[in-house]
Each structure stands twice: as structure tokens, then as C-alpha cells.
Design a protein around this ligand. Structure first.
Ligand SMILES: Nc1ncnc2c1ncn2[C@@H]1O[C@H](COP(=O)(O)OP(=O)(O)O)[C@@H](O)[C@H]1O
Ligand code: SF4
Ligand SMILES: [Mg+2]
Length: 369
């Protein structure tokens, strides 16, 4: 079996709710937006793992927390990819122990397992990992500085991480990244500005900026959702080619099940800060077991009108991560909710070797975690 590159264990990101003056006088209790509320999964080498769910369910926050672009409030993330020397990892773990971010035992476990504890790494050691783990953002208009040339945008990670022997070396690396991102010939694009190229080319610039450090793992956050349908498949194809050529591993985030279906190996369905179903993409999409997954799939347009399925329209308002319902968090909108669902939270249960579901209706072969 392939090696695990990323291991996410019970990851939690809670944001404090800002209280008004009156509320701060009348109530002492701090409330939280539980954007990510106990998420666990792993990603294997060269795998495309997809997180799917409706807007606001915590996909982006999960991706950012894995890269420590937002600070997790609980759980852990381990990186087990190549490209870091044992000495680098040893130094980083020793520093984490000396700063009391982790225990000696945890450091030893990590070192013997050949991984880095991303969530416990001291801030000044994060640069080590930034080279290996990068993010592609949803909106190429917003994520690129319009005042910088494409060269400066793509070279910036090299400058920040103090990489490249000199300017000529940096230029060579930028050219390679642009070429790998399909902006050819690179010299034609290097000295232009983001507004001078098309939307699809702008997203390629974002991809080149992520590639220039030669990462092993990419978080791609809805990388095609702002693009015209006609260029979406080009960008997806580019990402698949890069997996082959550079051996990349992806966490791919999307709200679009049909994109997840064609693109990913395994899929995790997220609802209100938690994964409710996880398994091989084909198996989950063709045989969904969780009522939420079933509802999501039922509204995806089918290519063949004869494949009519009944649409499941979810009742109730959009869920609010500042007020997570007790029991099964999906129960206020679930057509099958029972008394038990309102009080007791279901645990993940396996329904096949790699496929688990959290729902009281599912009696599986055992607990997943
Ligand atoms: N910095 C923040 N402060 C407070 N709430 C946040 C912050 N970032 C995200 N959220 C909230 O966390 C929830 C999940 O957001 P997000 O991860 O962006 O969801 P998704 O990517 O699935 O649309 C949303 O309710 C969002 O408003
Ligand atoms: S546990 Fe109950 S409420 Fe939750 S999805 Fe299953 S049937 Fe619906
Ligand atoms: Mg998002």
C-alpha cells in the first residue's frame, strides 16, 4: 500500500465569537464558531483526496489548518512526505520539545515513523514545510497582487524562503514553474501583469507560484470554480499531468460533486465541520450511505435524462457552525431522523474496507476511528 503523506487526526478549528458590549456584561460564556470540529483522514502518496460539502461546512478552514495558514485549536496533522532530511526533522522536533509544544515521547514516535508533526512545529520551523506543502487558491483575481509582474509573483516564495543561489538561478526556477504550469513560452508571460492575461492563465500563474518550491503536497481550494466551464477541464488536466510528472499528492476541495467524481481517488463528505462519509470516490458516489450524501448526489444533473432519480430537497435552514445541534448534527434536516439522532452522536462505522459513514441507520462492520 502507498505511503501516507498526510495524516489528519481529530483536527479542530474553533473561532471565538466576538461579543457585543452588552453581551460581554451579561454572559461570561465564550461562544465559538466550530468551523472544523473533529476531522480525521489520511492522504496517500500521489493520491487525490477530495473534500466535498456545501458552502460554509469548513472545507477551506481544514485545508488552511493543515498548512497552518490558520492555527488549529485541537487535533494533529502529520506530514510524512519526502524531501526533508532526517537532521532537519530531528532539529525541528527537538525545538518543539524544548518549547514544550510536544512531549519527548511524541517526538520519538514521529521520528521513528518518519514524519513531521505539522501542528506542533515551532513557527520559525514552518518554512521547512512551506517548501513541501503549498496551496492553490480559489480566486486567481484575489490571490494575485495586481501590482506585481508574473515573474515577481512566482519568484516571491523563493525570495521569502531564501532559495535560489542568485537572480539567474531564480529566473531559471520561475521559467520552469511557468512552463510546468503550461504558460509557454515562459518568457512571453514573465514580464506581464495579472490583468494582461486570461482567467485560466491567471490560475496557471497561481499554480506556478505553488510549484516553484517543488512541493510534494498541494491543497487546491476550489481551483476551477471561478473559471469558465470551457477552461475548467484544461486546468484539471494540468493538475493530473503534474501528479504524473512531479509525483504530486492533492487535497482537492470543491462544492461540486461532479468535479470530485471525475478527478478524485477518494472522497470525504463534510457537513457542519465534520466528515460524515468517506471512501473511494466511485463507491461513495454510486452507493452513498449517509442521508446527506444521498441528498447531495440526488441534485447533481445527470448526463442521461433516462437516469431519473428522485431529488431529495433538504428541509431547514443552512446550518450554523456557531450553533451545532446536539446528537447527529444533521438531524434537523434529515428526512430519516429518529429520537436517538437528536441526543446521541453517531460514530464512524465501516461499511466496506475503506468506506465509513456516521449515521445510526448504518450498521457496519466496526468502528472506523
Ligand atoms: N477567520 C474566521 N473567523 C470566524 N469565522 C470564520 C473564519 N473563517 C471561516 N469562518 C467560518 O467558518 C465556517 C467555515 O468556513 P469555510 O472553511 O470557509 O467553509 P467552506 O470553505 O466549506 O465554504 C463558516 O461559517 C465561516 O463563516
Ligand atoms: S444519524 Fe439519524 S439524523 Fe443523522 S443522518 Fe443518520 S438518520 Fe439522519
Ligand atoms: Mg471555501
Amino acid at each position: 500500500m502507498s505511503k501516507e503523506i498526510i495524516n489528519v487526526d481529530n483536527l479542530q478549528v474553533w473561532f471565538p465569537v466576538r461579543r457585543g458590549f452588552v453581551e460581554s456584561l451579561t454572559s461570561k460564556e465564550q461562544r465559538w464558531v466550530k468551523a472544523v470540529d473533529g476531522v480525521s483522514f489520511n492522504i496517500k502518496e500521489r493520491e487525490i483526496f477530495c473534500l466535498v460539502g456545501e458552502s460554509g461546512c469548513g472545507k477551506t478552514t481544514t485545508g488552511k489548518a493543515i498548512l497552518r495558514l490558520v492555527e488549529p485549536t485541537g487535533g494533529k496533522v502529520q506530514y510524512g512526505g519526502e524531501g526533508l532530511t532526517t537532521q532537519q526533522v530531528k532539529d525541528a522536533m527537538e525545538k518543539a520539545v524544548s518549547k514544550k509544544l510536544m512531549t519527548k515521547k511524541e517526538a520519538e514516535e514521529c521520528l521513528s515513523g518518519g514524519c513531521v508533526e505539522v501542528t506542533r512545529l515551532p513557527k520559525d520551523k514552518m518554512k521547512l514545510l512551506r517548501q513541501k506543502m503549498q496551496m492553490i487558491f480559489q480566486d486567481p483575481y484575489e490571490s494575485l497582487n495586481p501590482k506585481q509582474s508574473i515573474y515577481d509573483i512566482v519568484a516571491e516564495p523563493l525570495v521569502v524562503n531564501n532559495l535560489g543561489q542568485n537572480e539567474a538561478d531564480r529566473e531559471t526556477r520561475v521559467e520552469k514553474a511557468l512552463d510546468d504550469a503550461g504558460l509557454r513560452p515562459p518568457k512571453h508571460f514573465m514580464w506581464r501583469y495579472p490583468h494582461e492575461v486570461s482567467g485560466g492563465q491567471r490560475q496557471r500563474v497561481g499554480i506556478a507560484g505553488a510549484l516553484v518550491l517543488q512541493p510534494q503536497f498541494l491543497v487546491a481550494d476550489e481551483p476551477v470554480s471561478m473559471l469558465d466551464v470551457s477552461i475548467r477541464s484544461e486546468i484539471l488536466k494540468l493538475m493530473l499531468d503534474l501528479r504524473e510528472k512531479r509525483g504530486l499528492t492533492y487535497l482537492f476541495i470543491t462544492h461540486d460533486l461532479s468535479v470530485a467524481y471525475v478527478f478524485s481517488d477518494r472522497i470525504g463528505i463534510m457537513y457542519l465541520g465534520k466528515i460524515v462519509e468517506l471512501g473511494p470516490t466511485e463507491e461513495v458516489i454510486k452507493g452513498p450511505r449517509h442521508p446527506y450524501t444521498k441528498a447531495l448526489i440526488s441534485v447533481v444533473p445527470k448526463p442521461d435524462p433516462r437516469m431519473k432519480t428522485e431529488k431529495i430537497i433538504l428541509k431547514g435552514e443552512r446550518p450554523d457552525p456557531a450553533h451545532i445541534p446536539p446528537g447527529c448534527r444533521f438531524h434537523p434536516r434529515c428526512p430519516y431522523a429518529m429520537d436517538k439522532c437528536r441526543v446521541e452522536e453517531p460514530e464512524p462505522m465501516y461499511v466496506s474496507q475503506e468506506h465509513w459513514v456516521t449515521c445510526w441507520l448504518v450498521t457496519g462492520e466496526g468502528k472506523a476511528q
